[in-house]
Design a protein around this ligand. Structure first.
Ligand code: MIG
Length: 843
């Protein structure tokens, strides 16, 4: 026994010792050629470099350690988007090769040594190498080193428990089950090697397209440069030009957008580890309805399983899942079931046998199936990089759908392997041994075989003619290469399986692990946080950085996963997440009950009010989800994303925007009853409840008693809300209020949109939708409706922040008799008819 541990500890240490081999510079350019708008340069080191424009605002640089490149294959790219490499012009001088597109953005390659500078169409130097790219053929390392301005700040990198702005930090990407993480723990569950640079209002983004363990030294070793690279594969990175919005749009165009989820999934989702037996599930659902706290979904965590056999119900705890789900459905509840990637080694277990017989598990080099310890004890791990495994696994959800399960949760998919067989040794809890060994083998989508590699999602395999069959095969299809995409491929198997099984429904999938592109398949959450104020404060910068990293459907475990929150902490957490895309209170097995009514009054009422508020804003949130699917724009946004020219937004990590019209400033300190709120330069804001105005460019100390979440509407915007409903199934029966935030400047025009569809299915891709757009100018609001879908009607107009009752209001020319004016709340309210078009107002 002891020997086993010693061996393990040695292995762990061995993996920390860096290979001593010298890292080598890419050297000088010896020749180059342009082919199909890609410029390939051969160098004196024997390495080669490719430069191209991926689109007009995106430069792609690749470096291979040899004279040839791997055939292009990517789990990150969204292959459903048709692309063409833009035309480039190549010019050569003695010292340089200049590659430009027709908009005049250009890459200047210095020849001796090979160094790269990138200029935007205004000839502004966006980014430049500070030393040549480098590589090490023995260790596999590849690396780029870039110059950094003193004040250049960085954001992004997805899920990181690190300070909001990433400058001066060292970052590693290696998906890790990080139970008990705190500020500074790195890496966590997901790997998104994509970041933004912001400097004096100028911005660019870089995506390192490499699935190995990647590292980023963002000015930590030296403030005037930063570097990034990986310990295997090619150096392959994209540089996105333009504003933060542009950058994200192009990144989302490359790695994909999140498909519109079912409406119910943006309601309140109640979770804990675990609700069982089924009577407890019923009791929880009943608990929400009897207390009139809105909710849409309830989770069924791992204790439903029979001996932790994935997919298999323990009939003693859940004798009749179908009946349970039917009853839940009658109450307006959906259920969400958890699944793990490891399968219990058990010859009597069908799923195990089938997988074993078909070779669906990851194998060691000697061909034996890998076995590791997880919840079910000795288990093997499905190889989700095998398209056959994904198809088969996706099909297993049939039974669950028949049982009436609506959503699916993919957990432990880093994948997590408990470090040792017999027990969990704390010292090893964060060791490299927490996952599969790097040498286990994967299929990698038939990597290296001359078969169609990429399937169009839900369609037939795409004909892959344009890929050259003469390119060399990649050397390794092992876990070192595919570790970081393992979880994402499990989520993909789930998503694509559900799409096939129920073509008329939108899947809801929640995944813990992810890589760039995970948004095409799943929502994600920030893993096992703790019930502390520190964790609450950390959740906002974490989620905002994830959101701008192309992952829109996100939330943290409300209330904290491990430990027990004080009533106040729980309430503030609920409030802070009212506008988060994913709203999910959760709790660890040993922790006390954390349902929103568990803390007594006044907390129950305050928690109810907060959750009600989320439901009131669902028409606005849902519209943002839809907008995201079209353009990739994030649902929640850091202030700098909308106001990159306002440097004071760069460090604002405790407020966030929802779309561009709502600003939220949650209280995240114990005992705090007022807080400072910074309003960005360029817009003014009104307190949603009081109508008080706050001028942009200033910080105000604002009262925030326990029962109040500070929410502000942008002056000029028009924001839809609805009355409280108990679940999204009731939305059809209620009508919409348009909230006009008063004070628009003369001459200014604000256009806003509301998206309406059935909230389920794909009719909205045809003609089953309606878009209501509003045009707001000083003194007038016009409403325009397009589309056939009979969605929620607009019933009321409310103006927030009104000084006095207007002398006159008209609807389509007709005088309004009934103007309801609330002096205290500074609001007026009028009722309109479904097809009224133009509302005018005179002071
Ligand atoms: O080893 O399924 O992060 O949300 O409740 C723990 C039980 C496994 C970890 C997840 C957590 C979930 C728990 N899971």
């Amino acid at each position: 026994m002891l020997r086993k541990y010693l061996l393990l500890i040695c292995l762990v240490f061995a993996s920390f010792i860096q290979s001593k081999a010298e890292i080598q510079s890419v050297g000088n350019v010896v020749s180059f050629e342009k082919k199909a708008n890609v410029v390939t340069l051969q160098t004196s080191s024997g390495a080669s470099v490719q430069v191209s424009f991926f689109d007009l605002e995106t430069v792609r640089v690749r470096m291979s350690k040899s004279a040839t490149f791997e055939r292009e294959f990517s789990y990150a790219f969204d292959y459903s988007v048709e692309r063409k490499t833009p035309t480039v012009k190549v010019l050569q001088t003695n010292a340089e090769i200049i590659i430009s597109n027709y908009k005049n953005a250009k890459v200047v390659v210095n020849k001796n040594p090979l160094m790269i500078q990138i200029f935007d169409e205004n000839n502004y130097r966006v980014n430049s190498d500070s030393s040549p790219m480098a590589f090490d053929r023995d260790s596999g390392e590849v690396r780029a080193v870039k110059s950094r301005h003193n004040l250049e700040t960085f954001y992004g990198f997805g899920e990181k428990a690190l300070p909001f702005s990433r400058d001066g930090q060292y970052i590693t990407n290696w998906n890790t089950d990080a139970y008990g993480y705190v500020l500074g723990t790195d890496p966590l569950y997901q790997s998104i090697p994509f970041f933004y640079s912001l400097f004096e209002g100028k911005s660019y983004g870089i995506f390192l397209h490499n699935t190995y363990r990647t590292f980023f030294d963002m000015g930590k070793s030296s403030p005037d440069r930063y570097s990034f690279g990986s310990n295997g594969g090619e150096l392959d990175y994209f540089v996105f030009l333009g504003s933060p919005k542009n950058i994200l749009e192009n990144y989302a165009n490359l790695t994909g957008k999140m498909p519109l989820p079912p409406l119910w999934s943006i309601g309140n989702q109640q979770c804990r580890f675990s609700y069982f037996p089924e009577s407890r599930v019923r009791e929880i659902a009943e608990g929400f309805r009897s207390r009139k706290i809105p909710a849409d979904a309830i989770y069924i965590d791992i204790d439903y399983m029979d001996g932790f056999r994935v997919f298999i119900w323990d009939k003693a705890k859940f004798p009749n899942p179908k009946k349970l789900n039917e009853d839940l459905a009658k109450m307006g509840f959906k259920s969400i079931l958890i699944l793990n990637p490891a399968v219990k080694v058990d010859e009597k277990f069908d799923i195990y046998r089938t997988a074993k017989e078909n070779g669906y598990f990851v194998k060691r080099r000697d061909g034996s199936t890998f076995e590791g310890n997880v919840w079910a004890g000795k288990s093997s791990f499905l190889d989700f990089t095998n398209p056959k495994v994904r198809d088969w696994f996706g099909g297993l959800y049939r039974q669950n759908l028949d049982d009436g399960i609506s959503g699916f949760w993919n957990d432990m998919n880093e994948p997590s392997v408990f470090p040792v067989w017999e027990t969990n040794i704390p010292a090893l809890a964060n060791s490299a041994a927490k996952t599969l060994p790097v040498e286990v083998e994967h299929n990698g989508d038939n990597f290296g075989l001359e078969k169609p590699l990429v399937r169009k999602i839900y369609g037939n395999p795409r004909n892959d003619k344009q890929r050259s069959p003469n390119r060399p095969k990649p050397v390794e299809a092992n876990h070192a290469r595919f570790h970081n995409v393992y979880g994402m491929q499990m989520a993909r198997a789930t998503f694509e399986g559900l799409r096939k099984l129920e073509p008329d429904k939108r899947p809801f999938v929640l995944s813990r692990a992810g890589f760039s592109g995970i948004q095409r398949f799943a929502a994600v959450w920030t893993g096992d946080n703790s019930a502390t104020w520190d964790h609450l404060r950390l959740s906002i910068p974490m989620l905002l950085n994830m959101s701008v990293s192309g992952i829109p459907f996100i939330g943290s475990d409300i209330g904290g996963y491990s430990g027990n929150p004080t009533p106040e902490l729980y309430t503030r957490w609920i409030q802070s997440h009212v506008f988060m895309p994913l709203f999910r209170p959760h709790s660890e097995k040993d922790a006390a009950n954390k349902e929103p009514w568990e803390f007594g009054e006044p907390f129950t009422s305050i928690n109810r009010t907060a959750i009600e508020m989320r439901y009131q804003f669902l028409p606005y949130l849902y519209t943002l989800f839809h907008e995201q699917e079209k353009t990739g724009s994030p649902i929640v946004r850091p202030l700098w994303f909308e106001y990159p020219n306002d440097r004071r937004t760069y460090l604002t990590d405790d407020e966030y925007l929802v779309g561009k019209d709502i600003l939220v400033a949650p209280v995240m300190r114990e005992g705090e009853r007022k807080r400072n709120v910074y309003f960005p330069v360029g817009d003014d804001w009104r307190d949603w409840q009081t109508g008080d105005i706050y001028k942009g460019g200033n910080t105000f100390l604002i009262d925030a008693p326990l029962e109040k979440l500070l929410v502000f509407g942008r002056v000029g915007s028009v924001i839809p809300t609805q009355p409280v409903v108990q679940h999204t199934g009731e939305m059809q029966d209620v009508e919409i209020t348009l909230n006009v935030i008063v004070g628009i400047a003369a001459g200014k025009v604000e256009v806003a949109k509301i998206w309406q569809d059935r909230g389920e299915g794909y009719g909205y891709k045809l003609n089953d939708w309606r878009e209501i757009s509003t045009t707001h100018k000083a003194g007038s609001l016009s409403i325009n409706r397009i589309g056939d879908y009979k969605g929620q009607k607009i019933k009321f107009i409310e103006a927030i922040g009104v000084g006095g009752k207007p002398s006159e209001m008209r609807i389509d020319g007709k005088l309004v008799e009934n103007i309801n004016f609330d002096e205290k709340l500074k609001r007026i309210r009028i009722e309109i008819n479904e097809y009224d078009k133009e509302i005018t107002l005179r002071r």
